[in-house]
Design a protein around this ligand. Structure first.
Ligand code: NAD
Length: 448
């Protein structure tokens, strides 16, 4: 791969577009097989697969195909006085051979979404999907092997704890794009540091959701329920817990209960678009949280099919494990608060979440919350949907990671911005050369 990259094969914009077209067409041609694999791994419906997996990668391909000429064009910037009459430009150049490591919750989108940016920027790519979604992983391997030369894009399967260290110890990647847990993020960050490999870390954490006293409760309940119980809560930016103003707590609880029944019926086991927990280890972890509060709604589980009903917990202690760990499942603690500072202090126990959500009809409250909760991203009167706007850079901060992607931001992440100064030789003022004696006042005018 290193040699292939060095040959310059990936440099031309036409080559990159050709590869993006191959990926785009192949995703569409295999839509049915993708749906089947994701149903097998996570019980996802075709609609959900399109909206949160295949459709997003297809849209990223289309955007990159449309905009790549502009993105890749060197950008002219103004030149400072001391460098005149030079001209200055910023030239995006590919990083080289990059590694993309993905988790299991959106196994196609989180592997192939970043791939679009890496291809658009002209890199060679090693892909490492999660071992916990074997059907989707095998399908993607087959698809990648069919459309790309293995010297250009190569997918390697296997246990992450073995495969990733062995890859990173035997080869110096030019970038690591990692999506997954904060615990493993720390491990890969250390390995990357050994090789001075730059990293993007897309991690997890607890994303809080505030429902203010003046919120439109019916709408808030619908939007929160959609974001929380899609993929059975196994979404990095799902609302982790709710902080609802005490004056509207009971109304909110009643509304969200009604919404769950409308979305998933009174028996979600029969609902074809309600997801299952990825494996028994995660199932057991989630079930252990059920005793961390009062089950206000739901609570039914079935270990054999790894089913956990949409569940609302109340009377949850802040020191309980469910309020310490990222939940990453269909359990939703609802906590009431009286004052802004009280809710803010609860959020501050897990600083820098990947996402923060506030439901309010007041612009003043909105501004106050947005200014006071540092987070990777945020929505006002919405949850999760900021992920879908490619113009918004997606990423975390602090505990939830660093670096961003989506659309042009992905292209930038997988490119180096090379600064170029072009200086003509028809003029060559003596001021910049020694001897410098007597030139200080002029130099002070030019610089500083
Ligand atoms: P994970 O960290 O267990 O695994 C992610 C990837 O890392 C997998 O490909 C796995 O094989 C690999 N891996 C596992 N152990 C490794 C090791 N020791 N060294 C190197 N690589 C290793 O994460 P997961 O359980 O698959 O995913 C869930 C987590 O991912 C949650 O915390 C969630 O919030 C987070 N997530 C974040 C985003 C985001 O965009 N920020 C998106 C989805 C999921």
């Amino acid at each position: 791969m290193r040699e292939y990259f060095a040959s310059g094969a990936t440099l031309s914009i036409e080559f990159r577009k050709q590869q993006l077209r191959l990926l785009h067409d192949s995703l569409l041609a295999h839509e049915q097989a993708i749906n089947e694999a994701l149903f097998q791994d996570l019980h996802k419906s075709p609609e959900e697969v399109w909206v949160s997996e295949t459709g997003l990668v297809v849209a990223e391909c289309k955007l990159a195909l449309k905009k790549l000429d502009r993105w890749a064009r060197p950008q002219k910037v103004l030149t400072n006085l001391a460098n005149l009459p030079s001209s200055s430009l910023i030239m995006p150049e590919p990083l080289g051979v990059v590694l993309i490591v993905a988790p299991w919750n959106y196994p196609l989108e989180l592997l192939l979404g970043p791939l679009v940016g890496a291809i658009a920027a002209g890199n060679c790519v090693v892909l490492k999907p999660s071992e916990f979604t074997p059907a989707t992983s095998a399908l993607m391997k087959n698809l990648i092997e069919r459309i790309f030369d293995s010297k250009y894009v190569w997918l390697i399967e296997g246990d992450g704890a073995t495969v990733v260290p062995s890859l990173m110890q035997s080869f110096r990647f030019d970038h690591l794009f990692y999506t997954g847990s904060t615990a493993v993020g720390k491990i890969v960050y250390k390995m990357a540091a050994e090789q001075l490999t730059p990293v993007t870390l897309e991690l997890g954490g607890k994303s809080p959701c505030v429902v203010e006293a003046d919120a439109n409760i019916e709408v808030a309940a619908k939007r929160i329920a959609l974001a929380k119980w899609n993929n059975a809560g196994q979404t990095c930016i799902a609302p982790d817990y709710i902080l609802v103003h005490a004056s509207v707590r009971d109304r909110f609880l009643a509304a969200i209960q009604r919404v769950i029944q409308t979305f998933y019926s009174t028996d979600p086991t029969q609902c074809e678009h309600y997801g299952r927990i990825i494996n028994t280890r995660q199932f057991d972890r989630l079930v252990s949280y059920l005793s961390n509060g009062t089950i206000h709604y739901g609570g039914q589980v079935d270990r054999e099919s790894r089913y956990i009903a949409p569940t609302i917990l109340t009377d949850v202690s802040l020191d309980a494990p469910i309020m310490q760990d990222e939940i990453f499942g269909p359990l939703l603690p609802v906590l009431a608060y009286e004052h802004f500072d009280e809710a803010k202090a609860i959020i501050a126990r897990n600083p820098n979440p990947l996402a923060f959500y506030v439901y309010t009809e007041s612009t003043q409250q909105e501004k106050k919350w947005l200014a006071q909760v540092p987070a990777g991203g945020a929505c006002v009167n919405n949850s999760v949907f900021h992920f879908l706007n490619h113009r918004l850079p997606f990423g975390g901060r602090g505990n939830s990671g660093f670096g961003v992607y989506h659309g042009k931001h992905s292209f930038d992440t997988f490119s180096h911005s090379k600064s170029v100064l072009r200086t003509p030789s028809w003029i060559d003022p003596a001021i910049k050369y020694p001897p410098f004696k007597g030139k200080l006042s002029l130099l002070k005018k030019l610089i500083g």
